[in-house]
Design a protein around this ligand. Structure first.
Ligand code: DAH
Length: 340
């Protein structure tokens, strides 16, 4: 039996060296210390030992058992350590790895121009009003001095929804809504989308306008030019000038077309200004007396100025864009050029 024990001890040392994981540790325990393991088997064999040798044999086996238990504990600690190390290795962060690049978004050029115009007029004390996109004929035309069958209706190709309802063709409809709701002094901007049955390189069925309306005592065309001077210098550079040309709109009298001196050639004449030195940018005028009357404002006491800016047109001029469709295609290569 003694030789059996020596062999077992040697075998155990060998097996112990192979323990390197939770699985092999468990196997080791079952092999030596488990219910059917070798140590309990030795204990059982003690029965077959001569009674006089049993105490000394028993002692040797007990010592062996203690030794195996200690070895097991050491192996257990070692396996834990190994597992921890491999876990740490697996979770290591490689700080030299390049970071994932996240693309920053940017504001749409229409939004940029819209915000810039609002900034200029907000500095002069204008408030913002936003009217409905589905309008009625009265606000969009009749009360703006464009009665039914008036030839001026042909200036805009309207999308009618019913006989009375339509998609607004101009933010000018907002003028009526503001004057219905407020008494002078009035100083508002009406930004918004407008709709016309029109489509080519410079026209889109949906586009954006910014209406301006000022109503107070002693408001004249000079106020209009002063404000638009300020706007143009802000949009196109401090050296540009503006000029007013006579025009016609039913809701203003007199009506003007506003030109800005060409910011590309400084007024000498180039492709952009079609060799005239001037670029037409918006329409405006003195609010027609009839429009004030239509809103219950006494035209002998108050006067007003109004203007309408096409945002796409300004953005196309400012950024050198030759096709209005680019604003609505959402091509990333176009849009990312406006990243601040
Ligand atoms: N509503 C006009 C248009 O869409 C633009 C316009 C012209 C607005 C003169 C005005 C104005 O307020 O006074 O063509």
């Amino acid at each position: 039996m003694q030789t059996d024990i020596e062999a077992l001890r040697a075998q155990m040392r060998e097996d112990l060296k192979k323990v390197d994981s939770a699985d092999t540790l468990k196997n080791f325990w079952q092999e030596y210390l488990g219910k059917n393991g070798r140590i309990p088997a030795l204990m059982k064999d003690l029965r077959n030992v001569a009674p006089e040798d049993r105490p000394s044999m028993g002692k040797i086996i007990n010592e062996l058992k203690n030794r195996v238990q200690e070895s097991y504990k050491e192996a257990e600690a070692r396996v834990k350590e190994l597992e921890l190390t491999s876990q740490n290795e697996a979770e290591t962060v490689d700080i030299t790895m390049p970071a994932k690049i996240r693309q920053n978004g940017s504001l749409h050029p229409i939004t940029l121009v819209r915000n810039q115009i609002i900034d200029v007029f907000a500095g002069m004390g204008f408030e913002i009003y936003e009217g409905p996109e589905i309008e009625d004929d009265t606000h969009c035309f009749t009360r703006l001095n464009v009665p039914k069958d008036h030839p001026a209706r042909d200036m805009q190709d309207t999308f009618y929804l019913t006989d009375e309802l339509l998609l607004r063709t101009q933010t000018s409809a907002g003028q009526i809504r503001v004057m219905d709701a407020e008494k002078p002094p009035i100083k508002v901007l009406v930004p918004g989308r407008v709709f016309r049955s029109d489509s080519d390189a410079t026209h889109s069925p949906m586009f954006h306008q910014m209406e301006g309306l000022v109503v107070d005592k002693d408001i004249t065309l000079c106020d209009l030019q002063g404000m638009l001077d300020e706007l143009c210098r802000n949009l196109f550079g401090s050296e540009v000038r503006t000029r007013l040309r006579p025009s016609y709109f039913p809701f203003t009298e007199p009506s003007v077309e506003v030109d800005v001196s060409c910011f590309e050639c400084g007024g000498k004449g180039c492709g952009l200004c079609k060799h005239t030195g001037w670029i037409e940018i918006l329409g405006g005028g003195v609010v027609n007396r009839k429009v004030l009357e239509n809103c219950g404002i006494d035209p002998d006491v108050y006067s007003g100025i109004a203007f309408g800016i096409g945002i796409e047109r300004i953005a196309m001029l400012k950024y050198g864009i030759n096709n209005i469709g680019l604003f609505f295609q959402n091509n990333i290569r176009f849009l990312e050029q406006f990243r601040a």
